[in-house]
Design a binder for this molecule. Structure first.
Ligand code: HEC
Length: 252
């Protein structure tokens, strides 16, 4: 609807779903404006009509036809003129200072400063470690939503190499990237969950870090999902609920 074109002589305007109200006419600027409004056509369209200018328009209207688009195009310039915030005296971080005796504008944090926002108080959550040892318990609540998120993120960020089962035959590997170990080897099955968080955060060997692409909460979701993948490859029938066991039996 709002797409509008002007004919070469601007005798008509088209909108995508309206007739051509000015065809064959020489409408005044006022008429054009009224029709533009009643068709909910934007002002830019109005300007476009005016710019081409119907030949029979009065001199005043011709002037308007030129001035209005010009005025409209000046508005962003006027807006950009409000540079007072930009021009105030201030120190830019890491620039040279003629005020501080060490000539550096970046100031050291005063002693005893306490972070109050984005403070990373929970080491285990942000590193997967407590006192330098990998944690063995998930530091967030394990919920179906977390697992679903972990699966979705794993399949988006990791499966291209590790494949969706975690055995290390993803498409990128099939095309020549070094093959990662399967998550189902005993060493990784026995690895503490903190290790998986750490590998995502810091990378491992030729695998680069995903810290900038996977938020900590999502790293835990992925780690939890990897654990589920590992379980799924090493489950005993006796791990299943009785009803499921019976279902299995009946299929034998
Ligand atoms: C571009 C391919 C690629 C992607 C994507 C990738 N990895 Fe890896 N990953 C590897 C490779 C290759 C290794 C083996 C690195 C080595 O041993 O040098 C590896 C190793 C690992 C290991 C085993 C570390 C160990 O102790 O041996 C884990 C766990 C792991 N990746 C988790 C992940 C997770 C989780 C993701 C998604 C957030 C991911 N990887 C994304 C290629 C990838």
């Amino acid at each position: 609807m709002n797409i509008i074109n002007t004919g070469a002589s601007a005798r008509w305007i088209y909108t995508s779903d309206s007739a051509q109200p000015f065809q064959g006419l020489s409408p005044s600027v006022e008429t054009i404006k009224t029709v533009c409004r009643s068709h909910h056509v934007c002002h830019r369209a109005e300007a476009a009509v005016l710019m081409t200018g119907p030949t029979e328009l009065s001199k005043r209207n011709k002037w308007l036809g030129r001035a209005l688009p010009l005025l409209l195009s000046i508005i962003p310039l006027i807006a950009a003129c409000r540079r007072d915030m930009m021009n105030q005296p201030k120190a830019k971080p890491l620039s040279e200072s003629d005020f501080f005796s060490d000539q550096a504008n970046a100031r050291p944090i005063p002693p005893h400063t306490v972070a109050w926002r984005n403070a990373r108080e929970n080491d285990a959550f942000y590193t997967g470690l407590t006192n330098g040892t990998y944690i063995t318990e998930l530091p967030v609540k394990l919920t179906p939503a977390l697992m679903a998120r972990g699966r979705e993120r794993f399949e988006a960020m990791c499966a291209e190499c590790h494949d969706r089962t975690g055995s290390g035959n993803g498409m990128v590997v099939l095309r020549g990237f070094p093959q990662p170990p399967s998550y189902h080897v005993p060493r990784l099955r026995n690895a503490p969950i903190g290790h998986f968080f750490d590998v995502i955060t810091n990378g491992y060997g030729v695998m680069y870090s995903y810290a900038t692409r996977v938020e900590p909460e999502d790293r835990w979701a992925i780690a939890a999902y990897i654990r589920a993948l590992q379980l799924s490859h090493n489950a005993n029938a006796s791990d299943l609920a009785v009803a499921e066991q019976q279902k299995l039996e009946s299929r034998k």
